[in-house]
Design a protein around this ligand. Structure first.
Ligand code: NAD
Length: 474
């Protein structure tokens, strides 16, 4: 069985490799036609996409629109509008030795790339990297998550109907199938998922020296300062935490604040949860569900940490977990040992900003750090003294709406970046090119043997960067 599968993956790879070698994906017209096709796929199948996201995650249409479809449309539109300028050779500065030559960076496609996606935003986390891969002129294998099974089926059905089948393929499967797929040599791997699996993917890539991007998760801290607008802070935290039922890699994972602020914030958060989701959030059409039984059990087990002050209700038949606030949480509690990835928000109290920064820096570098404060000095303290993939002051998630900002982690939360032009650059090899003429040999002779001291002086003069006189430490 697996031999058959291995053979069929090999066949897919051979087909894609042949297409890439033919040069078809390099033409700007081809790239534009495929981006156009992807836009059409989204436009013509909106209802089916909403339905699959509803079945997988009970994703409200509003959330599906702004966090899946709209993001994909924006990425496609930006790529279409900018492709010509992104593809242009980037001419660079030269030294005296290359003064008459042409020096530039050529954005070359890698070849056949692999995109592996998770289940929480199952549509956009497949298609946004794909936009980058197409724009940069690659062939691609797309491996959606098997956990979001309705979206997986839809992608496997739609992508071959819209995109050039000789250049793009969808492979469905679980860990076993993906491991087999990874035995093939790809030219680039783009993985989104959890850090444990990220290590497996990186080890598989290492066998072929394949470069990769790892978009991973982690525990995103959310510091709330004593000097903040409590009501607005509460609204923004509730929205960013309970969006997609907390199953967002960028969701605030836990709150750090003083005891006084905790008590005020808890009251405001309780009021906001009620305002957003009503007296019984289970009846709200605006709250998602946990993706699978396994994840439902995993998140429920974390409810034993600390004290439940709001929420805590669960319903296994619907995989429902109420928006839950937990206090008296200790660092050693289970909820603080892993990325929560569900609608639980634990509170930990700290004495001051220094203690909060220490707490954050003692842990792995997260995907995002959030600080709520009216005091820009406090915000700057966190910005300067902590490290994370991204940073957002006085809101959650919102920095990811800007395609002009790179999206990606650092350390345990990943490596590499994408969105907008960063996606194009990620899927391109930046080839260093120097075009010289075959003449002007007099200028070159100074570097040939037999060597002598005065020629060495000339060579160094023509090639070495000089320190500017104003560049010194005061
Ligand atoms: P996951 O790592 O379990 O799965 C991701 C993909 O990897 C799936 O397609 C899956 O089939 C495949 N996979 C799983 N095990 C494998 C194995 N042993 N070998 C090869 N392939 C394997 O992640 P998930 O549970 O689907 O998603 C949740 C995680 O993803 C969270 O940690 C979250 O923070 C992270 N995430 C990160 C981002 C980001 O952009 N940084 C976005 C969304 C989710």
């Amino acid at each position: 069985m697996s031999m058959n599968r291995m053979a069929s993956y090999g066949e897919i790879m051979n087909g894609l490799r042949q297409s890439f070698s033919s040069g078809i994906t390099r033409a700007v017209t081809f790239r534009l036609s495929q981006l156009e096709a992807l836009a059409k796929l989204v436009e013509e199948n909106e209802a089916a996409i909403f339905e699959s996201l509803k079945k997988d995650l009970n994703k409200p249409k509003f959330e599906a629109e702004i966090s899946e479809l709209s993001l994909i449309r924006s990425e496609i539109n930006l790529a279409r509008n900018s492709l010509n300028s992104w593809m242009k050779d980037e001419h660079v500065s030269k030294n005296l030795a290359t003064y008459f030559d042409s020096a530039f960076i050529r954005k070359d496609p890698f070849g056949v790339v692999l995109i592996i996606s998770p289940w929480n935003y199952p549509f956009q986390l497949c298609l946004i990297p794909l936009v980058g891969a197409i724009a940069a002129g690659n062939c691609a294998v797309i491996k959606p998550s098997e956990i979001s099974q309705n979206t997986e089926k839809l992608l496997a059905d739609l992508l071959p109907r819209y995109l050039d089948k000789n250049c793009f393929a969808v492979v469905c499967g679980e860990a076993k199938e993906t491991s087999l797929l990874l035995e093939n040599k790809f030219d680039y791997i783009f993985f989104t998922g959890n850090p444990k699996v990220g290590r497996i993917i990186m080890a598989a890539a290492a066998k072929h020296l394949t470069p990769l991007t790892l978009e991973l998760g982690g525990k995103n801290p959310c510091f709330v300062d004593d000097d903040c607008d409590i009501d607005n802070t509460a609204k923004r935290i509730v929205w960013s935490k309970f969006f997609n039922a907390g199953q967002t890699c960028l969701a605030p994972d836990y709150v750090l604040c003083s005891e006084g602020t905790r008590d005020k914030l808890l009251t405001a958060l309780q009021g906001t949860i009620q305002a957003f989701y009503g007296d019984d959030p289970k009846l709200s059409p605006d709250l998602g569900r946990i993706i699978s039984q396994r994840h439902f059990q995993r998140v429920c087990a974390l409810l034993t940490s600390g004290k439940i002050v709001t929420g805590g209700q669960t319903d296994e038949t619907e995989r429902y977990i109420a928006p839950t606030l937990l206090t008296d949480v200790k660092e050693s509690d289970p909820v603080m040992q892993e990325e929560i990835f569900g609608p639980l928000l634990p509170f930990l109290t700290v004495g001051d900003v220094e203690e909060a920064i220490r707490f954050i820096n003692q842990r792995e570098k997260p995907l995002a750090t959030y600080v709520f404060s009216r005091n820009s000095q406090v915000v700057n303290q966190f910005l300067e003294r902590t490290a994370s993939g991204g940073f957002c002051a006085n809101d959650g998630l919102m920095h990811t709406t800007l395609m002009s900002l790179p999206f990606g982690g650092v350390g345990e939360s990943g490596m590499g970046k994408y969105h907008g032009k960063f996606s194009f650059d990620t899927f391109s090899h930046h080839r260093a090119c120097l075009l010289r003429s075959s003449g002007r040999e007099k200028l070159n002779e100074i570097r040939y043997p037999p060597y002598n001291q005065s020629n060495l002086g000339l060579v160094l003069y023509a090639t070495e960067s000089k320190r500017k006189s104003w560049c010194s430490i005061q």
